[in-house]
Design a protein around this ligand. Structure first.
Ligand code: ADP
Length: 273
């Protein structure tokens, strides 16, 4: 009887091992699939603007002399835009890599989110001239512990998305409020929205929603970077449909609020800078 039990146990162990190996093999295949999908997505993101630039440069070289000034200006503008796109993509990739390697400087100071909001609005005014952004801010300081430059980048990414995906004539609202022990920053637009089943997936690297109308293609990295930064600062970021699916998007960043504590002198007597 003992032998039978041992046999059964051996069979069970063997089965578990096989299941385990199958799961591992599946995970390896999945990660390989992901890797090659990422690679082809990256090559596409690099190749498309490069092809436009090359095309424009070739036309300018071969035909530029005989072109009306306006046509030349159009080609130059296309070169500039595509070069900017490439440069944005490369910085996004770098940020992502640094974030994943834990090498992004998250130096935490007490900062007022109202200052972050003001700075991001200044950048937005330059980057998206003609887009109306309505700011609703509770009075008073909104202190969080974080890195001002990175939080500015988070807010700028959200405003950039609102600008890219929602038409220029539609309103964008930025709100900054304090809710209990949290500071809440939200950007709401009235663009095409994000389907309910993708509200969380948009934070995955390279995930893009097919909006179906060829809206300005991005890199699919912006929100992944936002989630990485906000998460590293102890906060959360989520996407919502403010009214109904297909009618606008709201991105909500929540950070732990704090009151600055007067740091006690370092215990060993070293005056801390
Ligand atoms: P991208 O560079 O493609 O904009 P993001 O990571 O910032 O990358 O966003 C991921 C995807 O989420 C976008 O490709 C877009 O489909 C969708 N998305 C993000 N923000 C908005 C928005 N405000 N309105 C509609 N769709 C959005």
């Amino acid at each position: 009887a003992l032998e039978a039990i041992l046999d059964q146990a051996a069979v069970a162990i063997e089965r578990t091992r096989l299941v385990d190996e199958t799961a591992q093999a599946k995970a390896a295949v999945e990660s390989e699939r992901l890797r090659s999908a990422l690679l082809s997505s990256i090559s596409h993101d690099l190749r498309t603007p490069l092809a436009s630039i090359l095309g424009a440069v070739t036309s300018l070289r071969d035909l530029g002399g005989r072109m009306p000034q306006e046509a030349r200006d159009d080609l130059l503008a296309a070169i500039e835009e595509e070069t900017r796109r490439l440069s944005r993509f490369v910085s996004n990739l770098l940020d992502m890599t640094r974030l994943e390697a834990g090498a992004l400087d998250l130096a935490r100071d007490w900062i007022d989110m109202a200052d972050v909001l003001r700075a991001a609005m200044r950048s937005a005014a330059t980057a998206f001239p003609g887009r109306a952004i309505d700011v609703r801010r509770q009075p008073g300081a909104m202190l969080v512990k974080g890195n001002a430059a990175l939080l500015e980048q988070v807010l700028f990414n959200l405003l950039d998305n609102a600008d890219k995906y929602a038409g220029r004539g539609t309103p964008t609202v930025v709100s900054l409020t304090r809710e209990g022990d949290r500071v809440v920053l939200a950007v709401t637009d009235e663009g095409p929205g994000i389907p309910a089943d993708q509200l969380d997936r948009v934070f995955d690297k390279f995930h893009r929603v097919a909006h179906g109308d060829g809206r300005a293609a991005g890199t699919g990295l912006g929100l992944a970077i936002c989630r990485g930064i906000v998460g590293a600062l102890g906060g959360t970021i989520r996407a919502e449909s403010p009214v109904a699916e297909g009618r606008g998007t709201r991105l909500v960043v929540t950070l732990p609020a704090g009151e600055p504590v007067i740091e006690a002198e370092a215990k060993d007597g070293d005056a801390k800078e």
